[in-house]
Design a protein around this ligand. Structure first.
Ligand SMILES: [Cu+2]
Length: 69
């Protein structure tokens, strides 16, 4: 299990938190998603053999947010 924290731009409210949590959380191998609006961060725990970090990043961008780091 891999742990990482992404910085994501464009998240502003509970709706954004839900959208990202649901979208990323439904990818295979993703064990946990924790969004922090103040820090603009998305903390992840995932199995890279099932969902690569690139896949997770593109899922976030498909929801309309920008992964900046
Ligand atoms: Cu929002």
């Amino acid at each position: 299990m891999e742990k990482t924290v992404l910085t994501v731009d464009g998240m502003s409210c509970e709706h954004c938190v839900k959208a990202i949590t649901n979208a990323v959380g439904s990818l295979p191998g993703v064990a946990s998603v924790a969004v922090d609006l103040k820090k603009k961060s998305v903390a992840l725990e995932y199995d890279p053999a099932k969902s690569s970090l690139d896949k997770i990043k593109s899922e976030i961008e498909d929801q309309g947010y920008e992964v900046v780091a």
